[in-house]
Every structure is written in structure tokens, then in C-alpha cells.
Design a protein around this ligand. Structure first.
Ligand code: TSJ
Length: 690
């Protein structure tokens, strides 16, 4: 397809009759190659002026990457991919693109390709640069090259885009197939233009699209430049759910085993809800679905639409899972769309219950918590001008969205209930039961609190507390088993490290009713030790430790307990997770002794490295730790607890959500996923035994 390798600048290309161009620049006389030098100089002067501004802009991004992508750790590294993919998804939402491919290449570069119209290649008036160059070098340059166009819904956590990715990349290549031409540019060293966009060949005019490859700059991403297939795969699956009909394909070309998965959902968020609930026992098979779009007037005076869709389904459990999104961004902190949903649910369900005598006169209204017990719900809105607020900029602030969502859900849910009275009855009975349980649980909680108030100073007997009372430096180790607990107590730094051993499995939070949860001794100890209470009164400012470290064995029981604890924190002390106070200890898996010295390995690869470095022969013995209990106090301190030596993983909300999902799989009524989990982990343990 690239038979013609003629290299020409696009600025000069602009007048060529075979390349229809929208708007030639008025002050750049578009010229054939070798035309009067004066005009070319003029064009270059314009380019340079544009370039200087551009470099200042991109330099600002490199100086403060955190302002644009949150962090420069693994999360920020992956954020680059989301920014680029967002652009391709926008093109798909505008109706011009059906397929998006994301590939992790060897060397941890990323390629994103779409089959849209291709980024415009002609010159943009304002910047004096081609469309591609503008998008890549001017901060906040949106896709507004011409007037009109399709639905522009640029997401991105911080409303930034390709230029930020470019600024934070060692290099970045863009290839555009557009109207019969192939165009190419490569940016170097944080977004610098080395050569302007060139037409490098011809292609079938029916083949259009954009392809971008970038290499995150290791000078910026100092923690890691390694991409995770799982993180990208999960996110792309979510993107496919949120944008029905778009096919998103993910590939990993690193290593021996190539991986590829492709996602496309005709049912969109309806299928998303079914996916989340796959292993739960549903109250009924239907997914309740509402959608609508409402025109709003933008500041500029033009009209645009807010689109909202909501899908939900009940299961037989007690937890409520509401996932909300705006422009494909997960709004962890909620916002106006969730408030509108809440308004409508309360209004419609309470009215229905009154009209149909599920609630008697004089009885209190059902609360939102009652109504959403066992409910999984996905709310997705697309807004032309989203305002993201809150600590992590994941709270939707646009106040008009509240009424929009409320009226869409209000009207359509009501119709749904009236059309299917049997289904409505199933829901109402479940909700009324939840309300009764809530009142019983509140009483139980109040009893506990009253008891607690009497013994406020009594920390659990099993807790070996630290002497410091400054939460910022205090750490609570929650340790599996009494023997490991003993080693931890003896090995710790008594000033800042507290130890709480857990005996056996803590209670199954999913199935147990609130009343039993609070009566469970192990959980009670944990709540008292942490000191901030529990949801809905959890107060993160009262917690006694700013690090809560889960320390379990590397086996099935260990991961089981870890999942239980994470789920508990997720359900009852969520701020503990969102504020980043929860960690997972990383004890070593192996010990090699050589000439009286001990070497610890935390992964299989490290074990191999150690053996190679020490030049040990294949049969040289090493110890595999089956449990924490096999380590004495000194070893546990050295390898796992010493702040100068240890590695700990900080738990993110996503980790907790995943744990919760595994948890429901494990604890729900369905046996198959549980078998699967044990099988998977049994393999893991066996592998370690080799
Ligand atoms: F921006 C980017 F580099 F991050 C990027 C943009 C990355 C990828 C993978 C795709 C895209 C992209 C942009 N795909 N499709 C587009 N479309 C446009 O930029 C475009 C094309 C034509 C018109 C028009 O009005 O004719 C308007 C737009 C916004």
C-alpha cells in the first residue's frame, strides 16, 4: 500500500488537488515543492512561533506530571493508555469508528489503532500546525477542528489528552490513513517535533484510521515502566461495556505467550450488570434498564445533549453495588448522577409501596440503603462539558444532571413496575425485609456501642499495641494465626507497630446479617483496635493507625483471609481504603542459606537470580516458607516488617472491588466459582512445591 515513499511536508501538500483539504491557511501561501523561498520562510516562522509556545506547554507537563495524570507510578503509566484510547472512543461515539485495538509491544511501548476518519492532517488556523501536530503538542487541544462534528465526549480523569501523553513519552509515533494518503510523524524527547507531518505514501481511500505508538519516558516513570496486561484488559472490557457495539481488542506481544482478547457488547451496560452478577444468585433474570437524553444549553449558547443510561438487577445478598460513570470515567466519589438516581429510587419505590400497601400508613419511608440492598447498578452518563470535583476528581459536579437522571429513572422504573406486578412484588418484599433487618441491626449496633462506651479504654486483650499514640506513625499488623502473631510481637518495633493476631477464619461478611457481623469477636477486636467505628458512622479522623497491614500466609487460606478482610474494609470502612491506609505485607517465599548467610526471595524469578548470582548448582537446597509461622521473630522483622527492608503493597479501591467480586464468588450460593478458586490456588501451591 505504501508504494509511493515520496516525502513531503503536509503544509505544502495542502493545495495538491489529489488531497482535498478543508481550510488552507490564509497567511501561508500553500505551495508546491520548490516554490518561492519567501513563502516557505513565512510558513516556517509561523511554525516556530507555534513551536515555542508548544514546548513551554509540554515542559510544564514534564515538570509537574502529577497535575495532569495523578501519579507517576503504575497508575499514571496506565493513565497514558486511557488518554489515548479515549480519543479513539470519541471517534467511535461520533459514529465513525467500530474497532479499537490496544497492543502492548515488547519493550513496554503501547500501540492504539482505530478505524475512524483519521486525525485531520491539514493545517489548523490557530496553531499554524497540522491537525495531528496540534492535537499532540497543544495542551487541552480537543477534537474541534471544524464546526459541528459528532458527539464529542472527551473523558480523561483530568480532561487532558494526547499532548500530555506526548510530553511524558520518550518518543511517540502517529500514522494516519486518510482520504487515500498515509501520513506519519514522530515526536521525540517529551513531544518535540523533529520533522513535520509527512505524507509517506498512498492507500486505498476506503481505509481510514489513526495509529499511535508511544514509549513512556523512564525519566518520568521512575517506579516502573512495565505495563500490566490484566489492568489494560480489565479497563478495555469496561470501556466496551460502557460503549455498546464498539469492539475493543487487547493484545500482549511481550514474552513467549502472546495474549489477545476482544470485547464487544451489543447490550452495553445491561451486559455489564450481568457480568458483575455472573456468580450471584439473582432475584430475577431481567435487568431493569432506563435511558434517555436531554438537551442543555452550553455557556457558548449552543445546544448539546446529556445522555444517561441506567441498568440494575437485584441478587439475594445484602450489599449494594453502585458503579457510576461520566464519559467512561469511573466516578468513585459519586456526584449528581448518583444523587438523581437516589432521588428517583426513593420516590418511585416509596410511592409504589404506599399505593400497594407494602407500607402501612404511619410506617416510615424506606431508606435508600433498604432499597439498594442486594442491588447492582451501573449508571453511565455522557456529558459535553463534565465538571469533575472532589479529592480525586471523580465526583460529577454538574447540577443539571441530577434532574435529568432523576426524571429518566423515575418515569421508566415506574412504568416497569406497573407493567410487571409480579416482579414488582418480588422486589418490594425484599426491600421491606431489608428495612426490618436494618431496624434490628441498628438496635444491635446501639447495644454494642453502649457496651463499648462503658469499656472505651479496653482494647482487645489479643492486641499488642504500640506505645506511640500518633496515628501517622502507627502501624497495625493483622496477622494470620497465633504462632505468626507471636513472632510478630517479638520481632516488631514496639514504639510504632501493633500486632493483632486473628484466629482462623473471620466471619463470612457476605451472607451474615449485620447483627451477627457486629457480634463476631474477631471483627469486634479489629473494629476496636482501628478505632474509627464502622459504616455508616465510620470516622477516618479517629483511626489509631495510618497503616493497617494484612499479613497472611501464601496459601489458599491466606488469600481467603485477605479477601475476607479487604471485603470487610470495603463494605464497612471504605475510607480506610480510599485514603490509602490499607497494605498487604509481602513475606518472602524462599530462603537460601549459603556460607552462613541468608538470602530471601519474594518471587520465583528472584530465587533464580539468587541461585545464579551465587553460582549454585541445580540441586542446591533452599527453604520454601509454607507459612509465616516458620519464621522466627528476627527473620520476620528483617524480611517483612522492617520499614527499611520490607516491601508492602498499598491496596487501591480497585483491588478491593476485585476482592469483593472474588469474595461473592467464594461465598455466594453457587459452588462452581468456589471450586474454581480452590483449584486455581491449589495449582499455585503445587507450583511452589516444585
Ligand atoms: F489524539 C490521539 F492521538 F490521541 C488519538 C486520536 C489517538 C487515537 C488512537 C485515535 C485518535 C483519533 C482521532 N481517532 N479518530 C480521530 N478523529 C479525529 O480527530 C477527527 C477526524 C475528523 C474530524 C472532522 O471533523 O472531519 C474531526 C475529528 C475530531
Amino acid at each position: 500500500m505504501e508504494e509511493e515513499k515520496k516525502v513531503e511536508s503536509v503544509v505544502e501538500e495542502a493545495k495538491a488537488p489529489e488531497t482535498p483539504v478543508a481550510q488552507p491557511m490564509p497567511d501561508i501561501k500553500v505551495s508546491e515543492m520548490n516554490e518561492e523561498e519567501v513563502q516557505l520562510e513565512k510558513a516556517d516562522a509561523k511554525y516556530d512561533a507555534g513551536n515555542i509556545q508548544v514546548l513551554e506547554g509540554l515542559e510544564a507537563v514534564r515538570k509537574r506530571p502529577g497535575m495532569y495524570i495523578g501519579t507517576t507510578s503504575s497508575a499514571g503509566l496506565h493513565h497514558l493508555v486511557w488518554e489515548i484510547v479515549d480519543n479513539a472512543i470519541d471517534e467511535a461515539l461520533a459514529g465513525y469508528c467500530t474497532d479499537v485495538h490496544v497492543t502492548i509491544n515488547p519493550g513496554n511501548t503501547i500501540t492504539v489503532t482505530d478505524n475512524g476518519r483519521g486525525i485531520p492532517v491539514d493545517v489548523v488556523k490557530k496553531s499554524g500546525l497540522s491537525g495531528v501536530e496540534t492535537v499532540y503538542t497543544v495542551l487541552h487541544a480537543g477534537g474541534k477542528f471544524g464546526e459541528g462534528g459528532g458527539y464529542k465526549v472527551s473523558g480523561g480523569l483530568h480532561g487532558v489528552g494526547a499532548s500530555v501523553v506526548n510530553a511524558l513519552s520518550e518518543w511517540c509515533e502517529v500514522t494516519v490513513h486518510k482520504e487515500g494518503g498515509i501520513y506519519y510523524i514522530k515526536f521525540q524527547n517529551g513531544g518535540k517535533i523533529v520533522d513535520h507531518l509527512k505524507r509517506i505514501g498512498d492507500c486505498d481511500p476506503k481505509v481510514n484510521g489513526t495509529s499511535v505508538t508511544f514509549k513512556p519516558d523512564p525519566l518520568i516513570f521512575t517506579d516502573t515502566t512495565e505495563y500490566s496486561y490484566d489492568i489494560i484488559r480489565d479497563r478495555m472490557r469496561q470501556t466496551a461495556f460502557l460503549n455498546r457495539g464498539i469492539r475493543v481488542t487487547v493484545r500482549d506481544d511481550r514474552g513467549e505467550e502472546k495474549k489477545e482478547e476482544s470485547f464487544c457488547y451489543k447490550g452495553g451496560i445491561k451486559e455489564f450488570v450481568l457480568f458483575i452478577n455472573a456468580h450471584k444468585t439473582k432475584l430475577f433474570d431481567d435487568v431493569i434498564y432506563c435511558e434517555g437524553s436531554v438537551p442543555i444549553t452550553l455557556e457558548s449558547g449552543s445546544t448539546a445533549h446529556v445522555y444517561a443510561e441506567i441498568a440494575m438487577q437485584y441478587d439475594d445478598g445484602y450489599s449494594s453495588n453502585i458503579y457510576s460513570f461520566c464519559n467512561n470515567v469511573h466516578t468513585h466519589e459519586g456526584g449528581m448522577h448518583e444523587t438523581g438516581f437516589k432521588d428517583a429510587m426513593r420516590r418511585v419505590i416509596n410511592n409504589y409501596c404506599r399505593d400497594n400497601k407494602f407500607l402501612k400508613d404511619g410506617e416510615d419511608d424506606l431508606t435508600f440503603e433498604d432499597i439498594t440492598e442486594g442491588l447492582t447498578c451501573v449508571i453511565s452518563v455522557k456529558h459535553p462539558n463534565p465538571q469533575f470535583e472532589g479529592q480525586t476528581k471523580t465526583k460529577l459536579g454538574n447540577s443539571e444532571v441530577r434532574k435529568i437522571v432523576s426524571s429518566i429513572v423515575g418515569e421508566q422504573l415506574n412504568r416497569f413496575l406497573l407493567e410487571d406486578p409480579r416482579l414488582a412484588r418480588t422486589i418490594m418484599e425484599k426491600i421491606v425485609m431489608a428495612a426490618n433487618a436494618r431496624m434490628a441491626a441498628r438496635k444491635a449496633r446501639e447495644d454494642i456501642r453502649r457496651k463499648g462506651a462503658l469499656e472505651l479504654t479496653t482494647l482487645p486483650g489479643k492486641l499488642a499495641d504500640c506505645s506511640s499514640k500518633n496515628p501517622e506513625e502507627c502501624e497495625l499488623y493483622i496477622v494470620e494465626g497465633n504462632s505468626a502473631g507471636g513472632s510478630a510481637k517479638n520481632g516488631r518495633n514496639r514504639n510504632t507497630q501493633a500486632i493483632l493476631p486473628l484466629r482462623g477464619k473471620i466471619l463470612n461478611v457476605e451472607k451474615a446479617q449485620a447483627k451477627r457481623i457486629f457480634a463476631n469477636a474477631e471483627i469486634g477486636n479489629m473494629i476496636t483496635a482501628i478505632g474509627g467505628g464502622i459504616d455508616p458512622e465510620f470516622d477516618v479522623s479517629k483511626i489509631r493507625y495510618h497503616k493497617v497491614v494484612i499479613m497472611t500466609d501464601a496459601d489458599v487460606d491466606g488469600s481467603h483471609i485477605r479477601i475476607l478482610l479487604l471485603t470487610f474494609f470495603y463494605r464497612f470502612m471504605r475510607p480506610l481504603i480510599t485514603e490509602g491506609y490499607v497494605y498487604i505485607a509481602q513475606p518472602p517465599l524462599y530462603k537460601v542459606e549459603y556460607h552462613g548467610k541468608q538470602y530471601y526471595a519474594y518471587t520465583d524469578e528472584q530465587l533464580e537470580t539468587i541461585k545464579t548470582k551465587l553460582k549454585l548448582k541445580a540441586g542446591y537446597p533452599f527453604q520454601r516458607y509454607k507459612g509465616l509461622g516458620e519464621m522466627d521473630a528476627e527473620q520476620l522483622w528483617e524480611t517483612t516488617m522492617d520499614p527499611n527492608n520490607r516491601k508492602m503493597l498499598r491496596v487501591t479501591l480497585n483491588d478491593a472491588i476485585k476482592a469483593e467480586q472474588v469474595f461473592t464468588d467464594l461465598m455466594g450460593d453457587n459452588v462452581d466459582p468456589r471450586k474454581e478458586f480452590i483449584h486455581e490456588n491449589a495449582k499455585f501451591v503445587k507450583n511452589l512445591d516444585i
